[in-house]
Structure formats: C-alpha cells, structure tokens
Write a protein that binds this ligand. Structure first.
Ligand code: NAP
Length: 436
C-alpha cells in the first residue's frame, strides 16, 4: 500500500512539498487540494503580471503535476466541501500550505470610504484572481501606497507603467483598459514608509526598476544615509546598502521630466483619512521617525490608497491556529500527529518564492525523521477522497480539466501576451462543462 498525502494549497509551497515528497518517499500518492479551480497560487495571481520570468516558475510546477501519482483536486475547499478531520482520517499525512491571502488592515479613522484597497485585493484584481476580479478600483490622479516592501513597489510600477510598457503583461482585458484610463490621469504616486530608507524591506532589483520607467520619475526628498545602521542583520546589509545607493541616485532626479511623479516619503504613518460624499479626498500622516522640531503632521491630497502592509493567513475550521500571529499553530512545521505546515501559513508572509522551497525542505526532513525508514500506508488515500467527492456530488477540477483551461487561456491570449485568464469560477466551470 502506498503512503498517501494530502497537501492543502497549490501555491509554490504546496508544489515544492509535492516535488520533494515524491522524490524522497517510495511511490507516494499525493493529492494537491485547492479551493480555486486553478493551481499555482501566488505565482498565478499574486506575482506582478509584468514579472513574466517569475510567473514562469509555474512551468516547473507543471512538470511536478505531470507525475501520475500526483493529482490536482481543484475547486475543493477544506472547511467547506471537505473537513480537516475527514482528511486526517483518509490520508497518512496532511500538509497545510494555504499561504496568507488576507490583507492586514490599518484600522484608521475614516477608512470606510471608497478608494481604499488592500494589496491582496489590488494585486488580485490586476492578476484576474476570481475573488477580486470585479474590484474596479477608483484610481485618482494622486495615489498613496502604504508600506515599503516589494508588494508596494510592484503596485507602484504597475500603476506607473504605460499601456505600451504593459503590452506583454499577464493582465485581463478589463483591467488593461482600466489601467490605461487611469494612466492618462495619474500624476502622483506616494510610496510611504513608517520607518526610514535604511529600514525599507524592498529589494534592490525591484527598487532599481522604478528608475527605468518611460513615463514616471522616482523622487526622493529625504536625506538618505550613506550606510545602514551597524546593528543591521549582516545577511541584509548588502541589500540595504544597495537600496540606499539607488535611493541616493533618485535624489538627483528632476520632478517635471515625466508625466508621473513617484514620491518616496519615509518616516510617516497614516493618521486619519478625509472623505467627501463617501469618496476619499486626503490623508493626514504623522511623523513616525526620529523626532525632529520640523516634523509635524502632513496632509496629502489623495483619491486612492493602497495598503501594502503585509498579509495574514486565514484559519481553517478545525486546524490549530495562532490568532495573534495569524499563522497555523506549529512547532517547526509540525501541527499535530501526521499533520504539518509549510510556507507563509507556517512562518508568516515573508520571503521570496524560493524561500518556500527551503521551508518545504526543512518540513520534509522533519516528516522523514518522524515516519522513519519504512513508511506504512494506513489511510484509504486517493480512493477515499474520490468516494467522498462522489457521495457529495462535488464538481472537482482535475488535472485534465486544468490542462483544458490552461490551453484555452493560452489560445485566447492577445498578440504578444501569454494568456487571457478566466477570472471567475463560474466562467471556468461553464467552459469545462460546455466543452468537455
Ligand atoms: P513586507 O516586505 O513585510 O513589507 C511590508 C511593509 O509594510 C513594511 O515596510 C512594513 O513596515 C509596512 N507596514 C506594516 N504594517 C504597517 C502599518 N501598520 N503602517 C504602516 N506600514 C506598515 O511585505 P510585502 O511587501 O507584503 O511582501 C511580502 C513578501 O513577499 C516579502 O518577503 C517580499 O519580499 C516578497 N515579495 C517579493 C517580490 C519580488 O521578489 N519581486 C514581490 C512581491 C513580494 P515595517 O518594516 O516598519 O514593519
């Protein structure tokens, strides 16, 4: 009997786990269970649509999915269609890799007006994620992005790029049209950090990209220190030093050369928002850095705010969850007997995609130690899942269905583009049922 494994979540973490377990265990049966009908999580619907190299990571995951003993079970939500306790009874091993896809919120006075979006919503919208495809955000002439991470830079770049610069990006047609309209009126983008330039968490490659845009100029008015603080983690020192050099090079930019000004504003935190007839008009910021006499509150006229301040994982019914850290409760990846977790839902929303491979390796090592040399299959495994799906009459999207969706998206892509995504679950299922 082969060893059966359910991996919940089909993002990078889920695929790295599947790939590793398939190599390390003798002929395991692996089911990758996913809430959406499509695989690849953030690679499909979170990575910036103009970073095609990163998006192509999915090719590697397609190879993993091509293994006979690895199945994709899409459109199947744990906690709704199937329960965690049921999975534990069916499989020898359950691994949770559901990531972190809820926006953290600022909880500011006045934040219920139109024009305020979280980065999960906003990046989900421009990536055609079914949860956010209908967002249609109100993008004004002045947009503030809160946060100094790579997500903030991704959003700034997507807004600042002209339609020509986005020609090959993986963006659904309605989003493309909306971005084209907003680009015509966009004048200011503010990237606002609550700490200083040396503490920003973005990485040099992403920062440098902002200096290469055709129609936008990055502007820095703050004093940029020559070096990061001595107390900095040595593993981060090079990247932080490079950030400072790039920001210093932006300080020489002239603000009126291009249509859009990309203003970096450090050491300020949002304090309150002002709206008129339910539409955001401005934001008051409080100085957050080292107190100086000149620093007082500052008000920016902005019609749109996008918070890029990190994500939270969502609890799954029955799965131990840490409500403070908003991660699955675990000890080095172990949740309870036979259950493990990996990726952002295990450690929090940090690190680039390959960091999840390192995480998966550590968790797999732990699993192999726990199960010993001769793993024995006890659960009913894939057959048990099939039976349950059939009894409940669930419309699960399998690998062959995904292959058809993938092919259809590729075939309907516009000139120069890689795909035109289906952006609603209904649309996907209708396509599958009408062409199957
Ligand atoms: P992040 O790197 O953790 O950045 C979050 C930012 O939000 C930080 O500047 C943080 O400031 C700020 N923040 C948090 N709470 C705040 C609050 N209440 N008020 C004001 N600011 C607040 O997270 P991320 O940008 O969401 O990215 C997540 C991970 O994905 C990161 O590891 C990132 O590198 C990775 N990623 C990589 C790429 C790429 O490689 N191209 C693209 C996108 C994302 P403090 O530092 O002061 O806490």
């Amino acid at each position: 009997m082969s060893f059966s494994i359910a991996i919940i979540g089909s993002g990078p973490s889920g695929f790295y786990l599947a790939e590793l377990l398939n190599r390390k265990l003798p002929e395991p049966s692996i089911d990758i269970i996913e809430r959406l009908p499509t695989p690849f999580g953030l690679v499909r619907a979170g990575v910036a649509p103009d970073h095609m190299g990163t998006k192509n990571t999915s090719r590697q995951f397609e190879k993993t999915l091509a293994n006979e003993n690895i199945r994709f079970q899409g459109n199947l939500e744990v906690g709704k269609d199937i329960q965690y306790e049921e999975l534990k009874a069916i499989y020898d091993l359950v691994i949770i890799a559901t990531g972190a896809y809820q926006d953290k919120t600022l909880g500011l006075k006045g934040d219920h007006c139109d024009g305020i979006y979280g980065s999960a919503q906003f990046t989900g919208w421009y990536n055609g994620h079914p949860d956010h495809a209908d967002l249609s955000p109100a993008i004004g002439s002045s947009v503030a992005i809160i946060g100094n991470g790579n997500v903030a830079l991704d959003i700034a770049r997507m807004l600042a790029k002209s339609p020509d610069e986005l020609a090959e990006a993986d963006i659904p047609v309605p989003v493309r049209e909306k971005l084209r309209q907003s680009h015509n009126q966009l004048k200011e983008i503010w990237i606002i950090g609550r700490r200083g330039p040396a503490e920003a968490s973005f990485t040099p490659y992403e920062l440098e990209e902002l200096g290469q845009l055709n129609h936008a100029t990055p502007i820095v008015q703050d004093q940029i220190p020559e070096h990061p603080d001595q107390s900095i983690d040595p593993r981060e020192a090079r990247s932080k030093q490079k950030n400072l050099e790039i920001l210093q090079s932006f300080a020489d930019n002239v603000s009126d050369k291009k249509a859009v000004r990309l203003n970096f504003l450090f050491n300020y935190s949002p304090l309150q928002l002002f709206s008129e007839d339910g539409q955001l008009q401005s934001m008051e910021l409080s100085p957050g850095g080292p107190a100086t006499d000149e620093q007082t509150t500052r008000t920016l006229p902005v019609q749109t705010i996008i918070t890029a301040i990190g994500y939270e994982s969502q609890a799954i019914k029955g799965v131990p969850f840490d409500p403070d850290k908003k991660i699955i409760l675990n000890s080095d990846g172990k949740v309870e007997q036979g259950v493990y977790t990996s990726g952002w839902c295990k450690r929090g929303p940090n690190g680039v995609i390959p960091a999840n491979k390192a995480d998966a390796m550590a968790v797999v090592k732990q699993i192999l130690q726990d199960i010993g040399d001769q793993p024995k299959g006890c659960g009913t495994g894939p057959a048990g899942l099939d039976e349950l799906i059939q009894n409940r009459n669930l419309r699960v999207v399998r690998k062959s269905d995904w292959d058809r969706l993938n092919r259809a998206e590729t075939e309907r892509a516009g000139a120069g583009q890689s795909r035109e995504k289906f952006t609603s679950v209904d649309e996907m299922l209708t396509y599958l049922d009408s062409t199957g």
